[in-house]
Design a protein around this ligand. Structure first.
Ligand code: LLP
Length: 420
């Protein structure tokens, strides 16, 4: 459920017509619904209300400061993967006691910054990283709290690029070697082992792989207990899918119902890292039709948003519904088109072979379900300034990130004297 609905013949975000936003900030632009964000966060959080837990929003999905702030005010923590994300989280005043740090390649500077911030824990992905964290913590005279990320070798049955819990994946420590790694971790003087972590992939549309992976992890927790390695936190990662087309993914409550019986008597704090399920359907990308073009073999609808604004279709072949903002246009004659952007690449498309109502130049379209991995994956390719982001709350619209300017494009670049 989201708050982008037709009213009086126009697509609205809550009480604001998207056409008004397009008029004020131009296109392309990202628009997020405050009500949807809140509802999604609360649905997730309250599904787990009977279990001690921390929701650590996976901010890689959407790291705008306003969104982080609004989730933090609801009690959310964050899952970070870089020093930059730590910086953003701190700017948004996310409590550091709810920050967990994942990723296979944390640099020593990033480790130092995170220790300085006294984050809740690192999710460690290799023994080399354990040693690095131990060394940095020793230099600083502190102990680093860590969880080890286990790769449970479970197929999440999702796109290979967003599948992370298989043997061949770069993520985590294999379940067979986990016990050994935990022993190493607990022998290191500046490491405090507090948890176990897993995340098997993204856009999961079935709870079964979650449950299987968790069973493996809980087996390990038992084995650790026998070795007197106490685990206080079990982190189940993120990955719950959303509806882009006709998927019917489990709801947070279904996930909670499936895993609660397994963790109820564990006496651990559960950590979850949902990203997409919180923000995905809370955002759209508004774009304008520039031209239509009858190619020899295909029809093209050329719009002003491109792969640099939303790369998911190009990178994963992802499907995003595209709706005209004028409802009447939605009922026009349909034709099969490729919806493409101005970037000079054949891979620049938002939809392929899509049956779309005909649209004239100037018509506004909403690319749906673009709130997760949308703006955050955008780039300046073809020297295109990145789109603005707008947060709608009831009848109010707030620009939460301004459109980049041409000057922004060259910020930091210099022409050396010998070229002058
Ligand atoms: N925790 C960890 C350790 C992760 O690596 C991820 C996502 C999440 C949590 C959040 O997963 P979510 O709940 O959002 O599924 N760019 C891709 C998705 C990449 C996901 C990377 N890791 C896409 O656009 O589909």
């Amino acid at each position: 459920m989201h708050d982008f609905q037709y009213r009086q013949g126009e697509l609205y975000c809550e009480d604001v017509p998207l056409s008004r936003i397009a008029k004020e900030v131009g296109t392309p632009c990202y628009v997020y619904s405050h009500a949807t964000l809140l509802r999604h966060f609360r649905a997730y959080d309250s599904a787990f209300q009977n279990i001690p837990h921390i929701v650590a929003f996976a901010m890689k999905a959407n790291s705008n400061l306003a969104i982080l702030r609004l989730l933090a005010r609801e009690g959310s923590g964050v899952d970070i993967v870089s020093g930059g994300e730590l910086y953003r989280a701190r700017q948004a005043e996310v409590p550091t006691s709810k920050i967990v740090f994942a990723g296979v390649g944390k640099s020593r500077e990033e480790i130092r910054d995170a220790l300085k911030s006294d984050i809740l824990m690192f999710n460690v992905e290799s023994s080399a990283e354990l040693h690095a964290i131990d060394e940095v913590a020793a230099e600083m005279g502190v102990r680093a709290r860590v969880a080890l990320r286990i790769n449970p070798d479970i197929d999440p049955k999702t796109h290979p690029y967003i599948s992370t819990g298989l043997k061949k994946s770069k993520f985590g420590i294999s379940a067979d070697r986990a016990l050994e790694e935990f022993k190493l971790a607990s022998s290191l003087k500046h490491i405090e082992v507090v948890g176990v972590h897993k995340h098997i992939g993204s856009q999961l549309t079935d709870v079964t792989p979650f449950v299987e992976a968790l069973r493996k992890v809980l087996g390990l927790v038992e084995a650790l207990k026998a070795q007197e390695i106490g685990i206080r936190y079990v982190n189940i990662g993120g990955g719950l899918g959303i509806t882009y087309a006709d998927e019917s993914p489990p709801r947070p409550q279904d996930l909670a119902d499936a895993i609660s019986p397994l963790v109820r008597d564990l006496k651990c704090v559960l950590i979850m890292e949902p990203g997409r399920v919180i923000v995905g359907n809370a955002g759209v990308l508004v774009t304008k039709v520039l031209y239509t073009k009858e190619g020899e073999a295909k029809r093209f609808m050329i719009v002003d948003a491109a792969m640099n604004d939303l790369i998911r279709p190009s990178l994963y072949g992802a499907y995003h519904d595209i709706r005209p903002i004028r409802e009447a246009a939605a009922h026009g004659e349909r034709k099969t088109v490729d919806v493409v952007g101005p970037v000079c690449e054949s891979g620049d498309f938002l939809a392929k072979d899509r049956s779309m109502p005909e649209a004239k130049p100037g018509e506004l379209l909403a690319v749906m379900s673009a709130g997760a991995y949308g703006f955050v994956m955008s780039s300046n390719y073809n020297s295109r300034p990145r789109a603005p982001e707008v947060l709608v709350k009831g009848g109010e619209m707030h620009v939460i990130r301004a459109r980049e300017t041409y000057a922004d494009l060259v910020r930091g670049e210099t022409i050396p004297d010998f070229l002058r």
